[in-house]
Design a protein around this ligand. Structure first.
Ligand code: ADP
Ligand code: MG
Length: 683
C-alpha cells in the first residue's frame, strides 16, 4: 500500500490512533469498530451549528447559540447545593453562567476574569436574566467553538468530544492512494478522489447527501470491490484444468424424445451451456437459476446422464431426503436400464450403506442421490465427474468456495436455486459463479390465481376446497407461523387438523416439525399417491417437491411472510396443467404495506419481479434469508437507490474480464474493503 510514514494504516488497530487507549478502543469494539477503516463508516447522525455568533441583546431563548463574552465577576456562595455563578457581558448586555457541581478552580480556568471567551449552549431566561447552565463549549479560541459539532450515536462512556477528535485525527492522516479506477469511470464521479470523498462524507453538512458525487463514488468502491473479488474467485476456479467430458448428444436426445413434454427454449439453452462447460477443459462452477416449477430438475438430470456417458460418476445432493428420493425416482424412470442409480437415505440399512460405499469406490454406481450425507468423509468415489446441488440458495460465497474444491479437479459443479433475486444483486450474490437462467416456464401452465381472505371468512374457503376435492384435486393448508416458537406452530397445526378432519373425515393428514423422517416420507408419499386430499402442515413443506395433483394452497397468517417466501410457498401448486389457487388468509384488516404486498402477488407470478418488489419493501437483507448466508452487507451502497452503480460496476467488471486487464492496481481497494482470506488468495 502506498503509505507514507505520517499516514495512518487504515487496517491497523484503533490503538494506533493518537489519544486512543485501551478503554476507548474496547468501547468502539462493542460497536463492531475494530480497525481504523471501520471507523470511517461511523457517520454523524446530526450536528449542531455553533458557527454563527450573536450578541447578548439578540439572544433567542431555548436555542443553541454562540456568543463571545468577557467574565466580570465570580459569585461562589459558601452554602452547599447553591450553584456557582459567573457574571459575564458583552457590549450589548449581560449573561450569567451557572455551574452546578463544578470546582471553583475549573470555573476560574475556563472563564478567567477580563478575558474574551467564546461560549455556546442553550440559553435560558430566568428572573429577568439570560443564563447558560454548565456550559460545555467554552474556549478562548473562538474558532474551536464556532463550528458545526457532529453528534453520533455512540456507546455509553464515549464522549462526542473525544470521538470527534479521533475522527479528525484519522481524517487528517488518510493514506494517499493512487486512483484505482479508470478515467472513464471517474468521470461519473467528477473525479473526486477516495480521500476527498471520505472527508466530504464526514462533513456534518453532508449528512444524508446520498446523491452527491463523493457518496456515489464511495458506494461504487464498495460495490465494485465485491464484484471484483467474486469475479476473481470465478476466474480462479475456471483456471483449474480437468479432463474434458465427451457429450453424447444422440443418447441425450433419445432421453429427451421419451419425455412427455418438450423442453422449453430456456431449458434447452441452459442445458447447452452446461454441456459446453462439461466438455471444456476448465472446471465448471455454474448456477442454474430458475423460478419454482421452471423445470430445473430435468436439465440437471440430463447433465448427469451426459456426465455418466462420458465415463464419470455423479452425486446429486438435495436439502431433504424426500426431495432426494423424488429426484432419484425420476432418474430411475428416465434412465432405468442404462444407468446404475442409488439413493443413500437415513433408512438404508447398515449393510446397504456398506455396499453403496464399496460400490461407489469401485465405480459400480453411476449416480448417487442423497442429502448432505453424500459428502461425508467416508464416501469415496472412483471417478466423480459432477456434483449437483439442488436448492442451495442459503449457501454463502465462502461455503461455495469450499465446495468448489470438492470432488477434485475433474469434478464439475452445478448448483440449482429457485430463488430469483433482483437483477441488481446477481453479481453481489452469485458473482463467483457462471449463471444459467431459466426465465420461461413450461407452456400450458396457468398462473396461480391468488386471493386474500379474512380469517373469519373461513366458511367460504371450506366451500371452495370442498368443490376442488370433488373435482379430484388436492390441497395444501399451511398453518400460521405465530412466532419463532416451534411449539406454538405445532399446536396451531394440530388444531387446524382437528378442525378440518371434522369437516373432511379421512381426507386430512398432518405434517409438522415433530413428525419423524420416516413418518413424513410415508405421509408425503401417500399425498403423492392421492390417499388423502388435504395436507395440513407448518411451513416445513419442503422446497422443490413436485406434487402435480395439488392445485390449492391456503396460507394462514400470510402477513407473517415476506413476498418471496409467499411466492415460494405458492410455487408448491401450479405445476400441473390445472388451474391452481393460492388463498392468503389474514387475521385482521390489512395494513397499507400488507395490501401492497398482496397486490404484487396477485398481479405477478414472476419470481424475479416479485423479488424486486420484495427488496423495495423490505431491503435486500431480508430476501429469503440472504442475511444469514454471509452476503455482504454494504456500508453505503444500496441496491435500490444505487441501482445504476451496480450496473456500472457490472459493466466495468465485464470489461476488465474481457480485456484481461491486470487487476493489481485494485489491490489497495480490495485489501481495504474485503475479507482477508480472499485477498490472500488472489493478491
Ligand atoms: P423446479 O425448477 O422448481 O425444480 P421441476 O424441475 O420440479 O421444477 O419441474 C416442475 C414440474 O414441471 C415437473 O412436474 C416437471 O415434470 C414439469 N416440467 C418440467 N419441464 C417441463 C416442460 N418443458 N414442459 C412441461 N412440464 C415440464
Ligand atoms: Mg426443484
Amino acid at each position: 500500500m502506498d503509505i507514507k510514514s505520517n499516514y495512518i494504516d487504515l487496517l491497523s488497530d484503533l490503538s494506533k490512533i493518537k489519544g486512543v487507549g485501551k478503554k476507548t478502543s474496547d468501547l468502539l469494539k462493542k460497536k463492531k469498530i475494530n480497525t481504523i477503516f471501520d471507523l470511517l463508516w461511523k457517520l454523524p447522525k446530526s450536528y449542531t451549528d455553533r458557527s454563527k455568533s450573536t450578541k447578548i441583546k439578540d439572544l433567542k431563548i431555548e436555542e443553541n447559540q454562540t456568543i463571545t463574552i468577557i467574565p466580570k465577576k465570580y459569585q461562589f456562595p459558601r452554602i452547599r447545593n447553591l450553584p456557582n455563578r459567573v457574571l459575564c457581558e458583552d457590549e450589548t448586555g449581560k449573561i450569567e453562567c451557572v455551574f452546578f457541581n463544578s470546582y471553583e478552580g475549573y470555573i476560574k480556568k475556563i472563564l478567567p476574569i477580563g478575558k474574551e471567551i467564546t461560549i455556546s449552549g442553550k440559553i435560558k431566561f430566568f428572573k429577568n436574566k439570560y443564563q447558560l447552565t454548565n456550559p460545555k463549549h467554552v474556549s478562548e479560541n473562538a474558532s474551536l467553538i464556532k463550528q458545526k459539532h457532529n453528534s453520533y450515536s455512540l456507546t455509553e462512556g464515549l464522549s462526542e468530544k473525544l470521538y470527534n477528535k479521533i475522527i479528525k485525527e484519522v481524517l487528517s492522516k488518510l493514506p494517499n492512494f493512487k486512483e484505482w479506477h479508470s478515467n472513464e469511470i471517474m468521470k461519473n464521479f467528477n473525479n473526486i478522489s477516495w480521500n476527498n470523498s471520505i472527508k466530504e462524507l464526514h462533513k456534518p453538512e453532508n449528512i444524508g447527501k446520498f446523491q452527491e458525487k463523493f457518496y456515489q463514488r464511495l458506494a461504487y468502491d464498495e460495490i465494485f470491490s465485491t464484484f471484483l473479488v467474486n469475479s476473481e474467485i470465478r476466474k480462479k476456479i475456471k483456471k483449474i484444468k480437468k479432463t474434458q467430458k465427451i457429450i453424447n448428444l444422440n443418447k441425450q436426445n433419445q432421453i429427451i424424445s421419451k419425455l412427455d413434454f418438450t423442453l422449453t427454449n430456456d431449458q434447452n439453452k441452459t442445458l447447452e451451456e452446461i454441456n459446453k462447460d462439461l466438455g471444456s477443459s476448465n472446471k465448471m462452477f455454474r448456477l442454474l437459476q430458475g423460478d419454482v416449477g421452471s423445470g430445473k430438475t430435468i436439465v440437471s438430470l440430463l447433465s448427469a446422464f451426459n456426465t455418466v456417458n462420458s465415463g464419470f460418476q455423479v452425486a446429486l445432493m438435495a436439502p431433504t431426503e424426500i426431495l432426494a428420493r423424488q429426484h432419484y425416482l425420476l432418474a430411475k424412470k428416465l434412465f432405468h436400464k442404462d444407468l446404475r442409480i442409488e439413493l443413500i437415505s437415513g433408512k438404508s440399512s447398515y449393510k446397504d450403506k456398506k455396499d453403496f460405499l464399496s460400490n461407489l469406490s469401485k465405480h459400480k454406481i453411476d449416480i448417487i442421490f442423497g442429502t448432505h450425507a453424500i459428502f461425508q468423509k467416508k464416501v469415496e468415489f472412483k471417478k466423480l465427474g459432477l456434483i449437483i446441488i439442488d436448492e442451495q440458495h442459503k449457501f454463502g460465497v465462502n461455503q461455495r468456495k469450499k465446495l468448489s474444491d470438492k470432488g477434485g479437479k475433474n469434478c464439475d459443479i452445478l448448483l440449482m436455486t429457485a430463488t430469483p433475486i433482483p437483477r441488481t444483486l446477481t453479481m453481489t450474490i452469485y458473482g463467483d459463479m457462471d449463471l444459467s437462467i431459466i426465465h420461461e416456464k413450461p407452456k400450458m401452465r396457468k398462473p396461480v390465481k391468488t386471493y386474500s381472505k379474512l380469517e373469519n371468512k373461513i366458511e367460504e374457503v371450506i366451500k371452495f376446497i370442498k368443490k376442488e376435492i370433488d373435482l379430484g384435486n388436492q390441497i395444501f393448508w399451511v398453518c400460521p407461523l405465530i412466532d419463532e416458537s416451534k411449539k406454538i406452530d405445532h399446536e396451531s397445526a394440530v388444531k387446524k387438523y382437528d378442525f378440518l378432519t371434522k369437516i373432511f373425515p379421512n381426507k386430512v393428514s398432518l405434517l409438522h416439525g415433530k413428525t419423524s423422517i420416516e413418518e413424513k416420507e410415508i405421509i408425503l408419499n401417500n399425498f403423492l399417491s392421492k390417499k388423502f386430499d388435504i395436507l395440513v402442515s407448518t411451513t416445513i413443506i419442503e422446497v422443490g417437491i413436485d406434487f402435480p395433483n395439488a392445485n390449492v394452497i391456503i396460507i394462514e397468517n400470510a402477513n407473517k411472510f415476506g413476498l418471496s417466501q409467499l411466492h415460494q410457498l405458492r410455487g408448491r401448486v401450479g405445476r400441473g396443467f390445472k388451474q391452481s389457487s393460492c388463498i392468503l388468509m389474514f387475521k385482521s384488516n390489512l395494513s397499507e404495506n400488507a395490501r401492497k404486498r398482496i397486490n404484487i402477488l396477485k398481479d405477478s407470478n414472476d419470481g424475479f419481479k416479485i423479488s424486486e418488489e420484495d427488496m423495495k419493501l423490505r431491503g435486500f437483507g431480508d430476501i429469503l434469508g440472504f442475511k444469514q448466508s454471509g452476503v455482504k452487507n454494504f456500508k453505503l451502497a444500496d441496491p435500490i437507490h444505487n441501482h445504476n452503480l451496480f450496473l456500472l460496476a457490472e459493466k466495468e467488471i465485464k470489461r476488465i474480464e474481457n480485456t484481461n486487464q491486470d487487476i493489481s492496481k485494485f489491490k489497495p481497494l480490495i485489501k481495504l474493503y474485503d475479507r482477508a482470506d480472499i485477498i490472500n488468495d488472489i493478491a
